[in-house]
Ligand binder design. Structure first.
Ligand code: PLP
Length: 458
């Protein structure tokens, strides 16, 4: 166990000390180089060490580094709000800033409630969401999220009034064949409508969801009719639709926002990570005109919420320079084209290795499962920590991936998420694939060894 002054994420772990980061690479204090194939936590979309962002932060710091938005505002707040509003679907025109994703989602849940109360619907308090989703680690966002592992410790304290639906993917009920069926999305939507009617539409405030699920079911893309169907249900029953684009926003999936893949316009989009590529903490929400008008007209212009660091000028400067970088370097399109290439190369590995199960995703958000037997669709026992082990070997070989576990009940089915910087070149993808292939070979050896020692694979 470590004994220093840091409250580590895991006191048992030895963390490499990263001293330099450039483009897709991290370099530690021994000079070892790692491909950052997960962009941190799928956040550093433009890659590391971009001078443009650092210069913009310094320039802003030399002008004004902080004001409290209860008393003052800054030009950078107007500039970045205008830029984000221009990129968002047409009716989403007003931008609110936070310091990260959980704060953004917490703000959106509160705003939905305040909006309904302002419109005279006091009873609209419940929140619809999905199992196997992640919306943050504050108590309300943890409650709304669907990660059983994270929720377990706090079970008795989680908020009432969250209605969890299964996402359009569930090994609990459906098998692979049914998931490919066109009627699958429709079926799911019908179940959701039944839930809404059963709970009472006049009691439901909002539906928060990840358009493409990130960390909980590595890059799950819904059936084509699904998000549009959710939009229709939300409109029909006066439920506000909140698209959590914390991971998918600003180009990650090959569209500026993931909802654009299906031309769906939610009432609120929340964002973080890719808005500033994590050069400084930044998040927020883009709100539609009707909600903004309700706050202006029914609440005397005041949202009953706010943080000290909302609209922090340095974070906003990083955000503005980062989005300029994304647009100037055509990174949304690059995410699409390089995503196709990475997916194609991964399909080759899936074909070669029996333990690579389902492969899925859009743009440069790609997930694959690590399974015991893909033909029979069998998962490793959760104690086996299949994805963690795979990532450990990969880090040794020089590529950092994003492992996860728990597609069934927070426990079974392991997966790896790939989310490299959107700047990744074809040669760099080839280099990454080489490392993943080496990792697969060593993982195969590891499986053989554990089978012999423990009979784990018997
Ligand atoms: C979809 C989604 N929502 C919310 C969050 C929480 O963001 P943060 O860690 O910035 O609070 C994350 C973080 O991984 C996420 O992926």
């Amino acid at each position: 166990m470590k004994k220093d002054h840091v409250f580590h994420r895991d006191f048992n772990k030895d963390y490499p000390l990263i001293e330099k980061a450039e483009g897709i690479y991290l370099i530690d204090n021994t000079g070892k180089k790692y491909i950052d194939a997960s962009s941190g936590a799928v956040a550093v979309n433009i890659g590391h060490g971009r001078k443009e962002i650092i210069d913009a932060i310094v320039e802003q710091a030399e002008k004004v580094s902080f004001v409290h938005t209860m008393r003052f505002e800054t030009q950078i707040q107007s500039d970045l709000s205008e830029l984000i509003a221009k990129l968002a679907p047409e009716t989403l025109d007003t931008v609110y800033f936070t310091s990260g994703g959980a704060e953004a989602n917490e703000s959106a849940l509160k705003l939905a409630r305040q909006c309904h109360v302002g419109r005279g619907n006091q009873k609209k308090t419940k929140i619809l969401s999905h199992w196997n989703s992640y919306h943050g680690n504050t108590m309300w966002t943890l409650s709304a999220g669907g990660d059983n592992k994270r929720r377990k410790l706090y079970k008795s304290d989680l908020h009432d009034g969250i209605i969890h639906e299964f996402p359009p993917y569930s090994r609990l009920i459906e098998d692979d064949k049914e998931r490919d069926d066109k009627s699958f999305g429709k079926d799911r939507l019908r179940r959701i409508e039944e839930t809404i009617i059963h709970e009472g539409p006049d009691t439901i405030s909002c539906f928060i969801l990840e358009p493409i699920v990130g960390s909980q079911i590595a890059a799950l893309v819904p059936p084509d009719n699904y998000l549009r169907g959710i939009r229709e249900l939300c409109s029909k029953y006066d439920i506000l639709m909140i698209a959590d684009e914390v991971m998918t926003g600003f180009g990650r999936t090959g569209e500026i926002f993931a909802v654009n893949h299906w031309d769906v316009v939610p009432d609120i989009i929340t964002f973080a990570k890719g808005v500033s590529s994590a050069y400084l903490p930044l998040g927020g929400m883009i709100v539609n005109d009707a909600i903004a008008e309700t706050i202006k007209n029914e609440w005397n212009g005041k949202f009953a919420h706010g943080f000290t660091f909302s609209g922090h000028p340095l974070s906003l400067a990083a955000g503005k320079a980062n989005i300029d970088y994304v647009l100037n370097h055509d990174l949304v399109n690059k995410s699409k084209t390089q995503g196709i290439y990475l997916m194609d190369r991964m399909a080759g590995l899936k074909h070669k290795y029996n333990f690579i199960g389902e492969l899925r995703g859009k743009g440069l958000l790609i997930g694959f499962e690590i399974v015991k037997d893909k033909k029979q669709n069998v998962a490793f026992e959760s104690d086996f920590q299949a994805a963690e082990v795979f990532n450990k070997i990969s880090i040794k070989n020089g590529a950092v991936l994003y492992p996860g576990q728990g597609e069934i009940n927070g426990e079974k089915f392991d997966h790896i998420l790939l989310g490299p910087p959107l700047t990744i070149t074809t040669e760099e993808i080839d280099e990454l694939i080489k490392i993943i292939e080496k990792t697969c070979d060593e993982y195969f050896d590891y499986l053989e060894k554990t089978e012999n020692e423990d009979g784990l694979l018997s």
